[in-house]
Design a protein around this ligand. Structure first.
Ligand code: 13P
Length: 243
């Protein structure tokens, strides 16, 4: 059985005062799945303190593929580790589409996270145009394979996967449970073929308290990667409890 997860991705949201309220509320949520929150870099220290003693894991939204050196603006995996980070998103579609991250960069980032002992949450997903032209499977598996070939089965066993159809992110359009399950099954098969066992595969894209249980109920959906709804404590807690 794969580990179940609900992970919040705050994206570029939050401030010192609202973070405290939100973090304190989510630490009181009770449930069986693991919970993590991906906070913006400047708030890692604040969140590290706020989450201390709770079961909620601290995560980041990105990581450099480089270890150290003259890479202005970059943040290394070992720096994240110093602030108690245990997981990091790599290859989020916003990084791919807005900041030019290629499959190769995403793979190198996953490797750099693993090297530092962090769990990469490897995000994959197709655009609407790709889905409409029948390329969803090819795109998602190409993105997966780029990472899996680079880090090998040992690396893969330390990853969490997240399927986030680009057309469902922040749009209010959610993949139907059947659409999510179909892609998750492709990913499960690819991971199994690569030799990985029990990898967790999360769904992301307009997950809300009202639709979470149905999506989480699919055989190959091991939880969610939550954007907008992770900024509202009651909503995020309800999603967490839907698993
Ligand atoms: P929304 O839940 O806001 O659609 O965002 C999903 C996402 O991108 C999480 O990483």
């Amino acid at each position: 059985m794969s580990q179940k997860w609900v992970i919040g991705n705050w994206k570029m949201n939050g401030d010192l005062s609202s973070n405290i309220t939100l973090l304190s509320a989510i630490t009181h949520a009770s449930g069986t799945a693991k919970m993590a929150v991906c906070v913006p870099y400047p708030y890692l220290a604040q969140a590290q303190v706020a989450l201390q003693g709770s079961a909620v894991l601290l995560a980041a939204q990105d990581v450099s593929q480089f270890d150290k050196g003259a890479y202005t603006g970059e943040v290394s995996a070992s720096m994240l580790k110093e602030f108690g980070v245990t997981m990091v998103l790599v290859g989020h579609s916003e990084r791919r589409s807005l900041f030019g991250e290629t499959d190769d960069i995403v793979a190198a980032k996953a490797a750099s996270a693993i090297k530092a002992g962090l769990t990469p949450v490897v995000c994959v997903g197709e655009t609407l145009a790709e889905r409409d032209s029948g390329q969803a499977k090819e795109v998602v598996l190409r993105q997966f394979k780029a990472v899996s070939d680079y880090i090998g089965v040992e690396g893969l066993n330390q990853c969490v996967l997240a399927y986030e159809p680009v057309w469902a992110i922040g749009t209010g359009l959610t993949a139907t449970p059947e659409q999510a399950q179909e892609v998750h099954a492709w990913l499960r098969e690819a991971a199994t073929q690569a030799g990985a066992v029990d990898i967790s595969i999360l769904y992301g894209g307009s997950v809300k308290a009202v639709n979470a249980a149905e999506i989480f109920g699919q055989a190959d959906v091991d939880g969610g990667l939550i954007g907008g709804a992770s900024l509202v404590a009651e909503e995020f807690t309800a999603i967490y409890q839907a698993i």
